[in-house]
Design a protein around this ligand. Structure first.
Ligand code: AHM
Ligand code: MG
Length: 341
């Protein structure tokens, strides 16, 4: 269903009246959405804003906790989110894909009840080539009685999330949000400067003929993944009995947005290059928030061996294999893993 003339602010007030968000969580989401607007403006300026290229000085790139070279926009987006959220009184602590450890809210500001985790700019290898990137966020409750949270307080399974969302910076800037009652999309009206509800209750088709995976890693995959994709590629002649199309943007936000919109399967499986780390994508900043959104839209999300949202995190930057999207297709991929294990 497509809606119009309902701003994010109005939507959240209505959710509050319905008892689905409290004022502190509403404020938190408003602040994150404002930060996303600022990031959207910076992304949109591109070369004109001097924001493209690697961060660092004297030709030396900054390397983040993930062992990856940071882009200027990674650093800027992280700063925008930190600065916007530190003083509002709704958070007890923050954690970011770009920072080694979590940060409690500084003593000079009031502390709230929530923990915010984010990937400030996902898909950053696409920044310099003018392809969609995005921000992903996840909200947890700060454990009872904890006033200065440490990393351990963030290590909650995805089922404990109270809200999650992403903002995709593409031809349109779109914020997709769940507070546990469906997944809803808001498009940024650039003239008015506000997010407007454009799809209430996104629904992922159960069946699909489209998958998203980095095929260049094929030879590094485990046996079940080789078998699963091998059968998809056999098309209508093979055991799946239908032809599949493939798309890979290499921005998880953009790939998952397509899947939320028209169905599909997204996968970043385990491969021998990332096996030592447990996978490529991060549980807390990428897999969990996206899984929450996908499940709330009627889809499914798995590591291939268990429901993503039930994984017990072992560390803030834990990595996992990822399968998410149309339910029947995720179930099929999981079936190949069960058959091989
Ligand atoms: P990032 O958060 O450092 O940008 O990395 C995550 C990205 C995902 O958005 C995307 O699905 C994946 O990495 C692409 O990986 P690859 O370049 O191996 O295809
Ligand atoms: Mg990312």
């Amino acid at each position: 269903m497509t809606s119009s003339n309902i701003s994010l602010t109005q939507f959240l007030i209505e959710e509050q009246r319905a008892g689905r968000v409290n004022p502190q969580l509403r404020l938190l989401i408003e602040v994150v959405s404002r930060a996303c607007k600022r990031i959207s403006i910076a992304v949109g300026k591109g070369a004109l804003g001097g924001v493209l290229g690697d961060a660092g000085e004297g030709g030396q790139a900054n390397i983040n906790v993930q062992g990856e070279a940071q882009k200027k926009l990674d650093v800027l987006s992280n700063e925008i989110l930190l600065e916007a959220n530190a003083w509002g009184g709704h958070l007890a602590g923050l954690a970011s894909e770009e920072m080694d450890t979590s940060q409690p809210i500084p003593d000079k500001y009031p502390r709230g009840n929530y923990l915010l985790l984010f990937d400030p700019l996902d898909g950053s290898s696409n920044i310099d080539v003018n392809v969609s990137v995005g921000t992903i966020f996840s909200v947890l409750r700060c454990p009872e009685g904890v006033t200065s949270p440490t990393d351990a307080d963030f290590l909650q399974p995805g089922t404990a999330q109270v809200a999650a969302g992403y903002c995709v910076y593409g031809p349109q800037t779109t914020l997709v949000l769940t507070v546990g009652h469906g997944t809803h999309a808001f498009t940024l009206d650039r003239e008015a400067g506000s997010f407007v509800l454009t799809t209430r209750g996104m629904t992922i088709p159960q069946e699909t003929r489209e998958f998203a995976v980095n095929m260049s890693n094929q030879r590094f995959w485990e046996a079940p993944m080789q078998a699963y994709i091998g059968d998809l590629l056999k098309g209508s002649e093979g055991p799946r009995g239908k032809d599949f199309n493939m798309r890979w943007i290499a921005s998880m936000v953009a790939d998952v947005h397509r899947i939320l919109t028209r169905g599909g399967l997204f996968s970043y499986p385990l491969d021998s290059k990332c096996a030592a780390k447990g996978g490529k994508l991060r549980l807390m900043y990428e897999a969990n928030p996206m899984s929450f959104l996908v499940e709330q839209a009627g889809g499914a999300a798995s590591t291939g061996r268990m429901r993503m949202l039930e994984v017990t995190p072992s560390g803030l930057h834990m990595r996992v294999p990822v399968f998410m999207g149309s339910k029947a297709e995720v179930d099929a991929a999981v079936g190949y893993h069960q058959a091989h294990d």
